[in-house]
Design a protein around this ligand. Structure first.
Ligand SMILES: Nc1ncnc2c1ncn2[C@@H]1O[C@H](COP(=O)(O)OP(=O)(O)O)[C@@H](O)[C@H]1O
Ligand SMILES: [Mg+2]
Length: 282
């Protein structure tokens, strides 16, 4: 049974990619990128999904946002099973869950002005036009710390941090209950990252917004996560309250992951050295 305040529930999610085919076009090699993942996010909660590169975090995010169809499993958003939805029914529910990606330049159409980028969900879902739309977008820009007068600028006229704010404003325009952020602050410099993280924390406090926050940066996890889900090779190897998982990890992989980043202050620069998998007997 779904908890009443549960905004996202993922159960038994699976996705296999064929990585090689033989001469007859038959699959000869595959990878189980997501191999039976369960997780849930409650209203107002930030759940960090962590794991080294290739562990299946982005595939999980894309399955959750229905940018990819799962081979098995269910994604339930605010009580509605998304996996059963198609076409118009899915589009109507999409506003409940929004995504923010790592590279806001790639995810923002460069030919559109900010008013249209951010305003699109408002035009589509609420039918706003003209001045009404301008005013709502101006509000949203201010909400994410951008000057409202930037309404008629294009993405290339902004810095990376500002573009990420635009992407967040766009996500917020849909008035979602949960935001899936895939390495959303990873490309930002340290001070911009801190600003964007503060913004996300404010949104969570003020609007009860929930986050599934995907990152490989454990410093960020310490800063914002209520709970942590650790992925390794397509599976969840450990999950629990952030303090417990980070302070007393139960799984050897989590321990290796934490050991690969011995000092959070140094990790803020660049974590060098071996990847956690190399530290483990296989
Ligand atoms: N479209 C795809 N086709 C084939 N393999 C893929 C595809 N997308 C991801 N993979 C593979 O699935 C695994 C998980 O990738 P991904 O979900 O991007 O991991 P993460 O985000 O944790 O780095 C990786 O081995 C990756 O190479
Ligand atoms: Mg990824």
């Amino acid at each position: 049974m779904a908890e009443p305040d549960e905004v996202l529930r993922v159960a038994g999610l699976r996705k296999r990619f064929v990585t090689r085919r033989d001469l007859l076009g038959r699959p000869s090699r595959h990878i189980d990128a997501v191999d039976g993942v369960d997780l849930d996010v409650r209203a107002g909660e930030t759940v960090a999904l962590v794991g080294e590169s290739g562990s299946g975090k982005s595939t999980t995010a894309r399955l959750v946002a229905r940018l990819l169809d799962p081979d098995a499993g269910t994604v339930t958003v605010c009580g509605t099973d998304w996996t059963a939805l198609r076409g118009r029914a899915l589009r109507a529910r999409r506003r409940d869950l929004q995504m923010v990606f790592q590279d806001p330049y790639a995810s923002l159409d460069p030919t559109k002005m900010v008013v249209h980028l951010v305003g699109e969900p408002l035009a589509v879902h609420a039918g706003l036009r003209g001045r009404e739309l301008d005013a709502r977008v101006a509000d949203l820009l201010e909400r994410v710390g951008l000057p409202a007068r930037h309404l008629h600028r294009y993405p290339h006229e902004f810095s990376g941090g500002q573009r990420q704010r635009i992407a967040i404003a766009r996500a917020l325009a849909a008035e979602p209950r949960v935001v899936v952020a895939d390495e959303a602050v990873s490309a930002l410099d340290v001070s911009t990252r801190a600003q964007v993280l503060n913004l996300l924390q404010d949104l969570r406090r003020d609007r009860g917004l929930a986050f599934l926050f995907i990152t490989h940066d454990l410093g960020v996890v310490r800063q914002i996560a209520d709970r942590v889900v650790v992925m390794h090779r397509g599976r969840v190897v450990e999950s629990g309250p952030a303090d417990r998982v980070l302070g007393a990890p139960a799984d050897p992989y989590t321990r290796a992951l934490l050991a690969a980043v011995p000092d959070i202050t140094r990790a803020r620069g660049r974590a060098a050295g071996r990847s956690p998998s190399e530290e483990l007997p296989s």
